[in-house]
Design a protein around this ligand. Structure first.
Ligand code: NAI
Length: 254
């Protein structure tokens, strides 16, 4: 595989991870400070917002941030449509859920819109998180310092391997998983990130739920059962990769 292809894949995976964490935080915020009514409909000071709209918000948030970085402070729904690949009418419809920020003939105030979407996503709030499974993936996630900007503050890792217990990844200590529930209760941990083998994932989820965790970011390739009030986001990089490979194959056929 060429270096450019590897770089492209790395970027895809990084973006997928960032999108997943914002979605996870969104779900948490929805469960903690908003009222979830019925099947994924959120109501707040705004009109009802469907989960489909909420899933698009992280993308709007990211693109609006990129516009600010380029010193662009005003944008029309048509221009936003070109960047996001959502139709202009979809964008207007989505943003109208929050009272609409656009003005006819002016477009959207990029900073205002991004701030408001940030508030809806609950990005002002930071949730303590722990990683369970301090192997390749757990350490890679622990080594990524920017999740805190997205509202997740990783405070510790847990493992069963005596060689890893006591070690540190950046400033984060690896503890014995036996202490997970107690630690999570004492340190107000709200998110558990499962990076352990699939055969232990359910047990880990049970320990997390016993510690009154609010959300699980599950990387183990297995369906875990948890109480309805705990929010679950599964991440499958393999699926994202398959999509990329499909697109590459389609391209080759042309
Ligand atoms: P790894 O073998 O490097 O790390 C797993 C770690 O979990 C080890 O340090 C092991 O000691 C620890 N562990 C085992 N039982 C445990 C328990 N009961 N409690 C706490 N820790 C325990 O494996 P790797 O590559 O980091 O993968 C970890 C998990 O993530 C696997 O389930 C793998 O299938 C999954 N994975 C998922 C991806 C995705 O896209 N969703 C991508 C890569 C891995």
């Amino acid at each position: 595989m060429e270096l450019s292809q590897i770089k492209h894949k790395y970027l895809q995976i990084k973006l997928t991870l960032q999108l997943h964490i914002v979605t996870m935080i969104t779900k948490l915020e929805a469960s903690i400070s908003m009222n979830i009514e019925g099947e994924g409909i959120v109501s707040r000071k705004y009109t009802s917002i469907s989960m489909a709209v909420i899933r698009r918000l992280p993308k709007y948030y990211r693109y609006l941030g990129e516009l600010i970085d380029k010193d662009i402070y005003r944008i029309s729904s048509r221009e936003l449509s070109t960047i996001t690949n959502f139709s202009a009418s979809q964008i207007r419809q989505d943003l109208n859920c929050f009272g609409g920020f656009g003005q006819q003939g002016y477009g959207y105030n990029v900073e205002e819109l991004r701030d408001e979407i940030g508030k809806i996503l609950g990005l002002g709030v930071n949730y303590n998180a722990v990683i369970i499974g301090a192997g390749n993936l757990g350490q890679a996630i622990a080594n990524y310092p920017h999740f805190v900007k997205r509202g997740m503050n990783i405070v510790a890792l847990f493992d069963t391997n005596p060689k890893l217990i006591g070690m540190k990844i950046r400033e984060l200590k690896i503890y014995d998983v036996e202490n997970l529930t107690e630690y999570a209760k004492e340190n107000e941990v709200k998110i558990g990130i499962i990076c352990a083998p699939e055969n232990v994932a359910q047990n880990i989820a049970n320990s997390l739920c016993a510690a009154d965790i609010k959300g699980i970011w599950n990387f183990a390739p297995v369906d875990i059962q948890i109480p309805k009030e705990v929010k679950l986001e599964n991440v499958h990089l393999g699926e994202s990769l398959l999509t990329l490979l499909y697109l590459l194959n389609e391209n080759e056929k042309k």
